[in-house]
Design a protein. Structure first.
Length: 320
């Protein structure tokens, strides 16, 4: 994971969870129960750890780093809750989604509340609050543009378009934790290499999600069902043009053969090719580490290492 020992990692998560519990909606609010339910399963808090570790590397006050970490994590959680409404997802993090359990109206309001609370936490920085809130706002706007592209792309997405959509969905809320810490630390260095590195990590993350959507036989592929951009599908079409049957089906509204084509894709060379691209992007990200600001070398290294470890675990689970 990003940053440090298991003990200090656990200590940080305890502080983060305590802050979330303190900041939850009032008990007399209609959102209190939904918020409490959501934070019952808080996930890996990857972006929060990235923000907090960046603040530590740049020697920011712990309180400021904790507020910034919570702001980044809340904005990410808001995007997940809203995604579940859009995708009609029934589960999230091992429990029913807010949308499924409380309904879309409560889910929409809880997501909006998290966006507002994220802005409030960002604004608590005594010197750079306005800039941090502006960064959060821009990151959410960019994420919305990426998500909209994902929703409207309902035909075959060539790899160039897939990369643009995937980067738009994942990169803004991955780079914001580090950029915010750099702003608060008044680090006046070019972050272009770091942004490129994070974008590559985002492509890796999305590509692995695309594999998971196809290969696990215990669920129907959401991407095939909804004709959503998926790298495995892209590579299957690009490298297997003889499959006119798939092209005709994919261009139709028929959902009766989702499982059939999901099985075909899972057994195709498109899975191997997707894994090859994942490895290539990880190599490119590793090569960019030394081009990032010296004070952020460790964070860059740990970010790439963390993503690599996640891929290894996923592949081991796939083999098992």
């Amino acid at each position: 994971m990003i940053s440090i020992t298991k003990t200090s990692n656990a200590d940080f998560l305890n502080k983060l969870n305590f802050l979330f519990q303190r900041e939850l909606p009032r008990l007399d609010s209609g959102l209190a129960q939904a918020a409490s339910y959501h934070f019952r399963s808080s996930g890996k808090a990857f972006r929060a750890k990235l923000a907090f570790s960046s603040g530590k590397a740049l020697k920011l006050p712990e309180r400021d780093s904790l507020h910034w970490a919570a702001a980044c994590e809340l904005l990410h959680n808001a995007s997940l809750i809203h995604d579940d409404i859009s995708d009609a997802s029934t589960h999230r993090r091992g429990q029913q989604s807010i949308n499924q359990y409380f309904g879309s109206d409560v889910a929409l309001c809880l997501g909006d509340w998290m966006v507002a609370k994220a802005f409030e936490l960002g604004a608590r920085n005594p010197q750079h609050g306005a800039k941090l809130v502006a960064l959060l706002a821009q990151s959410m706007q960019d994420t919305c543009h990426g998500q909209t592209s994902d929703l409207t792309q309902r035909t075959h997405a060539p790899i160039r378009i897939w990369k643009r959509i995937s980067a738009g969905k994942t990169a803004p809320l991955l780079i914001a934790p580090v950029k915010g810490a750099a702003i608060a630390a008044e680090l006046n260095e070019n972050l272009a290499s770091l942004e490129q590195l994070v974008t590559l990590c985002g492509l890796v993350y999305q590509a692995r999600n695309d594999i998971d959507d196809i290969i696990f036989s215990d669920h129907r592929s959401n991407d095939l069902h909804g004709r959503k951009p998926n790298l495995v599908v892209t590579l299957f079409i690009d490298n297997c043009m003889q499959n006119e049957g798939f092209l005709n089906w994919y261009g139709s509204n028929d959902i009766s053969r989702v499982k059939h084509w999901q099985t075909r894709l899972a057994a195709s060379t498109a899975i191997c090719r997707t894994n090859e691209l994942i490895d290539l992007w990880l190599e490119e990200a590793s090569a960019l580490i030394h081009a990032t600001p010296q004070s952020l070398h460790r964070i860059s290294t740990e970010l790439v290492t963390s993503v690599k470890q996640n891929i290894v675990v996923k592949r081991q689970g796939q083999i098992a």
